[in-house]
Write a protein that binds this ligand. Structure first.
Ligand code: DC
Length: 235
């Protein structure tokens, strides 16, 4: 029997986890395999952080942040699986990958008005399904009813090595020890916050990717996804 992809339900798949656990690489691969869209939610926080830094707004100033959210237009375009991000029409895709922007994104992401501003944007992107969303709260808060949820983790050392490699590929230099320190600080900040703290979503499949290469991780995840698709078909 042949089955036709088009009649298959387009799933919402979420991947949560700390920085350097492999979320972005893995989510891109899985989206490619399924011809789904890949939504990098961290990039949205980074886009806003970029403007916060440009304006010199203190990341703890809730009033100024609320004003900024109200007047800022964040949008994105998906092209062949890649996301191009715009802040007030300016393409910021290549400018948001620095450690400075990441740290600021982590700080402002603890502010409720910031999370609220980005929530509808994320849900709108998944309206028709067929999406792999990755971030810190995509399975817990943004898409609690997702069809398949994963939580990726890895040891601090492994995550620091991956982050370092990522920055090198982008042509940036960084000190590995400093990266490990930054990651630990970001983890602490992202996990202890009252709103949408980083944690494994209910019903998620937890994968520790320490010592696994990307192909292995993708393989494990695809098995889970195929099983979920098969059970959808049999319903
Ligand atoms: O994954 P990343 O490094 O691009 O994310 C940058 C910061 O954005 C991260 O430290 C916390 C915040 N973030 C969040 O709070 N919720 C998400 N879904 C994604 C990112």
């Amino acid at each position: 029997m042949t089955h036709h992809k088009r009649t298959e339900k387009a799933l919402v798949i979420t991947i949560d986890g700390p920085g350097g656990a492999g979320k972005s690489t893995v989510s891109r691969r899985i989206a490619e395999r399924l011809s789904y869209t890949c939504l990098d939610t961290g990039a949205l926080y980074r886009a806003l952080a970029y403007k916060v830094l440009q304006r010199g707004i203190p990341s703890g100033d809730v009033t100024l942040l609320a004003d900024l959210c109200a007047e800022t237009d964040i949008s994105f375009e998906m092209q062949g699986g890649a996301m191009t991000l715009f802040v007030d029409g300016e393409d910021v895709t290549g400018k948001i990958r620095t450690e400075e922007v990441g740290a600021c994104a982590s700080a402002i992401s603890a502010v409720p008005v910031v999370r609220a501003a980005l929530l509808s944007l994320q849900r709108e992107a998944a309206r028709r399904g067929g999406i792999v969303a990755e971030g810190r709260d995509v399975g817990t808060v943004v898409f609690p009813d997702a069809d398949v949820k994963f939580y990726l983790d890895a040891s601090p050392g492994t995550r620091a090595v991956r982050r370092h490699r990522e920055l090198l590929v982008r042509g940036m230099t960084a000190d590995p020890a400093q990266i490990e320190k930054n990651l630990a600080e970001r983890d602490r900040q992202d996990s202890k916050r009252d709103i949408a703290p980083l944690k494994p979503p209910e019903g998620s499949i937890i994968i520790d990717t320490t010592g696994m290469d990307i192909d292995m991780v993708v393989h494990e995840m695809m098995k889970v996804i195929r099983r979920s698709m098969a059970s959808e078909r049999n319903q």
